[in-house]
Design a protein around this ligand. Structure first.
Ligand SMILES: [Zn+2]
Ligand SMILES: [Zn+2]
Length: 175
């Protein structure tokens, strides 16, 4: 929650805030996320307009995740821009107010949904530890970055080799 009382209601007045807030839980997607409690650095400009407060800002957050190809842990930073209008509670917004309209409550504005939209919706669905990550060997699962370019398997599929060693006579019913 961000307090806007320091901002004059006079349209055109503006105020800048720099703040660091801890990341809420579940701030991310399956493969990559902002660790809960990690510092999210926000540079925010609050601008009074006729209907409310226009919030423009940049969020810088740390990310942790897993490489979509080799499952190695990834740590990186992410930066996202956002802009949202928070409408004064007593303002009627011309009849086309949607349920998703953001409103000021007691001069406070809740940035969390804005940050979620700005950060979480822009996270890469398939993050990579590096752009040319070779991933895992499809046959044995070893990390190809470790195994090196010479890593290969004989043409025979190891699954067939395993089948070949099963003695079919053992499959007979007893008695
Ligand atoms: Zn990788
Ligand atoms: Zn292999």
């Amino acid at each position: 929650m961000l307090d806007t009382r320091a901002l004059s209601r006079q349209p055109g007045s503006e105020r800048r805030e720099h703040l660091t807030v801890p990341a809420p839980e579940n701030f991310g997607i399956e493969m990559v996320r902002v660790p809960e409690g990690a510092p999210m650095e926000l540079d925010i400009r609050l601008e009074a307009v006729l209907e409310g407060v226009l919030v423009t800002g940049t969020a810088r957050v740390p990310l942790e995740g897993e490489c979509a190809r080799c499952l190695d842990p990834i740590a990186s930073d992410f930066e996202a821009n956002f802009q949202e209008l928070f409408v004064y509670p007593d303002t009627r917004s011309g009849g086309n107010a949607g349920d998703d309209e953001l409103r000021l409550e007691d001069d406070l504005l809740d940035l969390e949904p804005v940050l979620r939209d700005a950060v979480v919706l822009q996270l890469p669905l398939s993050p990579l530890c590096r752009d040319d990550c070779p991933g895992l060997c499809p046959e044995c699962g070893v990390r190809l970055a470790d195994a090196g370019p010479d890593h290969h398997h004989d043409a025979a599929d190891p699954r067939w080799a395993a089948l070949g060693s099963i003695d079919l006579r053992e499959g007979k019913q007893e008695g």
